[in-house]
Design a protein around this ligand. Structure first.
Ligand SMILES: Nc1ncnc2c1ncn2[C@@H]1O[C@H](COP(=O)(O)OP(=O)(O)OP(=O)(O)O)[C@@H](O)[C@H]1O
Length: 266
């Protein structure tokens, strides 16, 4: 029984259809990745799960269950209370509030006492020591990578069982993106399931057990992440692997080592 079970999910913003007939599972305790280029529908998928599509003028049909609980009729605050928290793309921290107040805000949606909140804060500070050091500074003064940490820390304050992560590596330097990826692995190792949306396929496929490829609102490929990483289509389209014969020819001409793997970008 998957933690999250999505069946026949379709979504639209008025006349613009963004998702068509999506079936997707997040097995308990795993990281599941969704890959796809700009506009493929990745963010829309997360919004349909967190029930925030309405805030963006969207609607959805189909079923979404979380540990068998149907989510379709729940309000977004009930989704958080049920254990699902979304970290939106672009970090979206409260820039004028302090780091500490941003984290406090994250605990508001979770129906728990002070002691649980203090424990969650301790855990967030362990994962991201910089958030403790800079607790009293405005969030807007943090670097992009630190803001991503704050956005993730804020989500963790609600002690989610499923974390919805929207492009956590977007716009970050490779070292920082790797740090964020390591933290996602750590969060997952402590028992939180993760649905990870990424354009950076090489990071996502290394983190995830299972992955789905979304193209123009439809799932075109899915399977174990290592199999997807080895598939020609994913290598060519999402991992930036060039045609090897052509690359070898070009390479012989240039007399430089063959470089087959690179970061895929839209
Ligand atoms: N609020 C909105 N109103 C109208 N159309 C929207 C809205 N949000 C997204 N769309 C459209 O829905 C489609 C899917 O967008 P979505 O943001 O889900 O894609 P994405 O895969 O997350 O892309 P990106 O990586 O660029 O965020 C696109 O055609 C987009 O233009």
């Amino acid at each position: 029984m998957p933690t999250l079970e999505i069946r026949a999910l379709s979504a639209a913003y008025g006349p613009v259809r963004s998702l068509r007939g999506i079936d997707l599972d997040v097995p308990p305790g795993t990281i599941t990745a969704v890959l796809g280029g700009n506009g493929a529908g990745k963010t829309t998928l997360l919004r349909a799960v967190s029930r925030t599509l309405g805030f963006h003028g969207g609607t959805a049909t189909g079923t979404v269950r979380f540990d068998r609980l149907p989510l379709e009729r729940l309000r977004p605050d009930r989704i958080v209370a049920a254990g699902i928290v979304q970290v939106p793309e672009g970090r979206q921290v409260f820039a004028r509030m302090t780091v500490a107040d941003n984290l406090r805000a994250g605990a508001l949606g979770a129906p728990r006492g002070r002691r649980a909140a203090a424990q969650a804060l301790g855990r967030v500070h362990e994962l991201f020591p910089v958030l403790a050091r800079r607790a009293h500074q405005s969030a807007g003064l943090l670097s992009g990578g630190e803001q991503q940490m704050l956005a993730m820390g804020r989500a963790l304050m609600a002690d989610p069982r499923l974390l919805l992560l929207d492009e956590p590596s977007l716009g970050l330097a490779p070292l920082m993106a790797q740090r964020i990826a390591d933290t996602v692995r750590e969060i997952n190792a402590s028992g939180t399931s993760v649905l990870l949306v990424e354009q950076n396929a090489s990071i996502a496929l290394r983190l995830a057990a299972t992955a789905y490829v979304l193209e123009v609102g439809e799932v075109t490929l899915h399977g174990p992440a290592d199999e997807l990483a080895a598939s020609d289509e994913v290598r060519r389209r999402y991992l930036g692997v060039v045609d090897e014969a052509a690359a070898a020819d070009a390479d012989r001409a240039a007399d430089t080592p063959v470089r087959t793997l690179g970061r895929w970008s839209a």
